[in-house]
Write a protein that binds this ligand. Sequence first.
Ligand code: TYM
Length: 331
Amino acid sequence: MKSETQKKILLSGAKPSGELHIGNYIGAVKQWVALQETHETFVPIVDLHALTEPQDPAKLREQIIATAADYVALGLDPAKAAIFLQSAVPEHTQLMWILNTLTSVGDLERMVVYKEKITEGKQALAGLFTYPVLMAADILLYKPTVVPVGEDQRQHVELTRTLAHKFNKRFGQTFPIPKELHPEAGKKILSLQDPTKKMSKSHSSLSYIAIADSSEKIRQKIKSAVTDSGNAIKHDPITKPAISNLITIYHAFSGKEIKQIEKDFTNTNYKNFKEALAEVVIEKLKPIQEKRKDLLEHKQKLIDILEEGAEKANAKASETLREVYSKVGLM
Ligand code: TYM
């Protein structure tokens, strides 16, 4: 049998606080789908994290099930990956408490995502402030070797490493040190309306493409995406962030190399490129959307997947928590 440190384990998750968008797919889910072939894979829908911002309860329930449908439709295979609700595995909040006792307030005050939310006018609630500790617990419970995320989560994974080191130093070797993993291109997909910001479901709906968006909506959103000055289809994120972002999306959805895309569109203009991009995105999303719709018409199947996933997750999480409780001196 392989030892714990040799086993390849993946943990990552997404908040069901709105629709999943192509930034979530390119930055994170696409990697989970590829790595589920070689890694023991745990991919919670982090519903407790969604509560760090006000949610309408009935809507949240719908979003949770829609996120489960997105996970499966995007290619996560319940036979290979444990797909489950974070709230169905109580060890997440239990380990969070232990980690809270090791986390310095100063470290939390440095978290960029927290500071951004406060600047955006969000209330400074304790849940929002301690959110990264819950995320560290999500990760460490499964002792993963990789945590595939977008760039915005890098600092949170760094804090997770700090907490793992602190715990190991004080109580003896327990947690392998997890590494974040970013895609080569697309670790930060930008807003279609404002390329100084990342694509996010908390901005206007024109700024992101949801996995479930209709063909018309996709065409409209790409058509109205802001572009840089000039007309050349050139990938240069510093001087041409907007068109570079669209090229990255084209690359992620078509599999074509960036250099090849530039070559294919040498003698064309932004308008033609945008039209081609819309068709690439629509084509790729079509079968995903069909599968998603079918899953949402058979909700019981999704609920069964989540229950089965929670069982697998629970087995691992309870083992880790028992070890942690015993090491810190709980009876
Ligand atoms: P969330 O729900 O905001 O996003 C889910 C994943 O999508 C990535 N992502 C992006 N990648 C590229 N470009 C973008 N514009 C973009 N927007 C989002 C995110 O980086 C993330 O990987 N705190 C996390 C959820 C979480 C988690 C965890 C992740 C909770 N516990 C444990 C990993 C491990 C979050 O809010 O992601």
